[in-house]
Design a protein around this ligand. Structure first.
Ligand code: PLP
Length: 365
């Protein structure tokens, strides 16, 4: 029955987000390499903090997230007053887009940028402009040229998901310099910790250089807390003020806050995760190439494997599933010839490469 009540028209142009799958019928052991969740599970201290916090579950959390913001500020050397936490960084991205975008405005993103920008932009009523990439890397000149008088927001994930591409710092700086001052630049640095490039800055320098750039970060990737939904952003005082007006008063729950604080205190967690990722990202990439599959350069905890044709990627996906391996199909990102593969444990990466050794693309016998 059609409804008698209707949302704003732009809402119905949004397809529900489909996350990485986690189940395969008839397969006992699932290896989930579809959501970039970090190779090692949650930090042990975070598990203990979540368990311990259960006793206080009847209490409302601290809506100001003072302890968590202080811990984030200390860990990253940032002023806690200029940090806002959210129910995942998706929460903060949505608040930014709703607050600075909306009907009659444009949001500019890279063609293969993170899908949530497109979904949330359309939800907000923005016209979403996707700028073609050069060799699967964001095109700074193209983005600048795509901005018009109605453009209010430009969002760049650096490194980008799903391509893994990293824009050199000089290019990010050039992007900011090429945008009008009244355009908000959102730097989504969900994978910042994994980056090897020596000149990389996750966004703090550009945030500090003005009032129109904001950086978002997440506990869902290297910190292994995707299920807790915890993200944060760092911005200028006026942007932080806007977010504090529009966010839910208790937008981060008590368990997530306790887990985040404990994760930041986990000895050696980032070092261990980065070292593992560096080794296995290289091994998986080399293993793909040895098997005749292009691996796009990645600075994240995943590799975009390019099978050349949508048919070959589909066949590879089906083949991996018979082995219990779930990776991410990329049709929704306009890359149907690719599969995105998260760097898991050493065993999981080994299983992935073993399975691909037995893969024969369609039409090649
Ligand atoms: C995973 C991811 C996010 C979402 O993070 P949450 O904090 O879990 O909402 C944001 N941006 C990019 C590019 C991501 O890959």
């Amino acid at each position: 029955m059609p409804s008698t009540v209707q949302p704003r028209p732009s809402i119905l142009s949004v397809e529900p987000y489909v996350g990485g799958e986690s189940k395969l019928p008839g397969v006992n052991r699932i290896i989930k390499l579809s959501s970039n969740e970090g190779a090692f599970g949650p930090p042990p201290g975070a598990i203990a903090a979540i368990t311990e916090g259960a006793r206080e579950a009847h209490r409302y959390p601290d809506g100001g997230a003072h302890a968590l913001r202080a811990a984030i500020g200390k860990h990253h050397g940032l002023d806690p007053e200029r940090i806002v936490v959210g129910n995942g960084s998706d929460d903060l991205l949505a608040l930014l887009i709703l607050a600075y975008g909306g009907e009659g405005t444009e949001l500019v993103m890279s063609a293969h940028g993170f899908m949530m920008y497109d979904l949330t932009g359309r939800w907000a009523g923005c016209r979403v402009i996707k700028v073609p990439e050069k060799n699967l890397v964001a095109d700074v000149d193209g983005i600048i040229a795509a901005c018009g008088p109605r453009t209010r927001i430009v969002i760049l994930a650096n490194p980008n998901n799903p391509t893994g591409a990293l824009l050199p710092q000089s290019e990010v700086n050039r992007l900011r310099a090429g945008l009008r001052d009244d355009v908000l630049l959102v730097l989504d640095s969900a994978y910042a910790e994994y980056v090897d490039a020596a000149d990389y800055d996750p966004g703090t320098a550009l945030v500090d250089a003005g009032t129109n750039t904001v950086m978002t970060r997440t506990f869902s990737k290297i910190w292994g807390l995707g299920g807790m939904r915890l993200g944060w952003c760092y911005g200028s005082a006026p942007i932080i003020d806007v977010l504090n007006r529009v966010r839910g008063p208790f937008n981060v729950n008590a368990a997530a806050m306790a887990a985040g604080i404990a994760a930041l205190a986990e000895p050696g967690w980032v070092e261990k995760s980065v070292a593992h990722n560096r080794e296995w990202r290289a091994r998986v990439s080399a293993g793909l190439e040895e098997r005749g599959i292009k691996a796009w350069p990645s600075e994240g905890n995943f590799v975009l494997a390019d099978f050349g044709t949508p048919e070959a990627a589909k066949a590879a996906d089906a083949h991996l599933r018979t082995r219990g391996l779930i990776v991410r199909a990329m049709g929704g990102y306009g890359l149907p010839q690719c599969l995105r593969m998260t760097i898991g444990t050493a065993e999981e990466c080994g299983m992935l490469l073993d399975a691909l050794s037995d893969f024969r693309p369609p039409g090649r016998g």
